[in-house]
Design a protein around this ligand. Structure first.
Ligand code: BG6
Length: 276
């Protein structure tokens, strides 16, 4: 295995076809390129130094999705992770990170002890993510989580497919349960929904002739675009960037996962970029 090289607190993996960059702050995927196509949206105002979570790419949400007892979206995206291994080949490349409790996590999460790994794998035109949680504590614990993924797109043209008939919690309407009637989700305003009991894949057109397909092992899929007013209120996001991004986020956002002592569980996701 090649000695892992870390430049600017980032690890980059390259294959003949693709590349992925992971910032060690939050073990945060900030770029995934297939050929010349950048699939991940990263705000021009994103702060990469670990002082705040990175706006764009794939923030890891754990152990709390959204607001609650802890700070919004938990601590995984706010702390520095360690690189365990890195391996690159012609068609495949993999990097693995880990996180153990520190003063910050222990204070935020009532002394809970865990071992987290995050594995990022390039395989041809696919990016595979595996976020594994192991309970190394003396009690069971429960958490919610998500891959809060920001994709590049043209918001006027994007259609998110695969959610027809799903019930969703509308975060913008007091979390009321509604049902998706359309063949696809279109955007013309702030959208913030947690789709439930999703059957994967969920797909969308990233550009005129490129489609992203998302497979996951979890029940929920958040669909989010802040639109213009909320964009203006975010310092780490440019006012017009809502026009160029969409978040499609597999997660276990509502019910949560309970882990007994010694158990482990993975949130997985495979993203594929294809040309139509
Ligand atoms: C989404 C939530 O996952 O994340 C939204 O559904 C939230 O409600 C958005 O606004 C961004 O959150 P944050 O903490 O990164 O600004």
């Amino acid at each position: 295995m090649a000695e892992a090289e870390v430049v600017n607190n980032e690890t980059t993996l390259n294959t003949d076809q693709a590349s992925v960059t992971i910032n060690h702050n939050g073990a945060h995927v900030t770029s995934w390129k297939v050929g010349e196509d950048e699939v991940m949206f990263l705000s021009k105002n994103a702060v990469l130094d670990g002082s705040i979570p990175i706006r764009g790419g794939v923030p890891l949400i754990f152990p709390q999705f959204g607001p609650g007892k802890m700070r919004q979206h938990g601590f995984a995206r706010r702390v520095k992770w360690s690189l365990l291994e890195k391996e690159e080949g012609k068609d495949e490349a993999v990097a693995k990170f880990c996180l153990e409790p520190n003063d910050y996590t222990l204070e935020m999460w009532a002394d809970v002890v865990f071992y987290l790994t995050f594995t990022v794998k390039l395989s041809g035109n696919k990016l595979l993510l595996d976020f594994n949680v192991k309970n190394t504590w003396e009690n069971p614990f429960k958490f919610t989580c998500a891959f809060h993924t920001y994709f590049n797109c043209d918001i006027d043209k994007v259609e998110v497919k695969g959610l027809k008939g799903c019930k969703y919690n509308d975060t913008l309407d007091e979390g009321k349960t509604k049902e998706e009637a359309g063949d696809f989700v279109k955007f013309g305003a702030n959208v913030d929904r947690v789709y439930r009991n999703v059957t994967w894949p969920v797909t969308f057109n990233m550009s005129q002739n490129k489609t992203v397909s998302i497979e996951s092992n979890v029940t929920d899929c958040v669909v989010w675009n802040p639109w213009s007013e909320k964009a203006k209120a975010m310092k780490d996001f440019q006012d017009d960037e809502y026009l160029r991004m969409v978040c499609v986020e597999p997660g276990n956002c509502i019910e949560g996962i309970e882990l007994a002592v010694g158990e482990n569980w993975s949130l997985t996701k495979t993203m594929t970029l294809t040309e139509d």
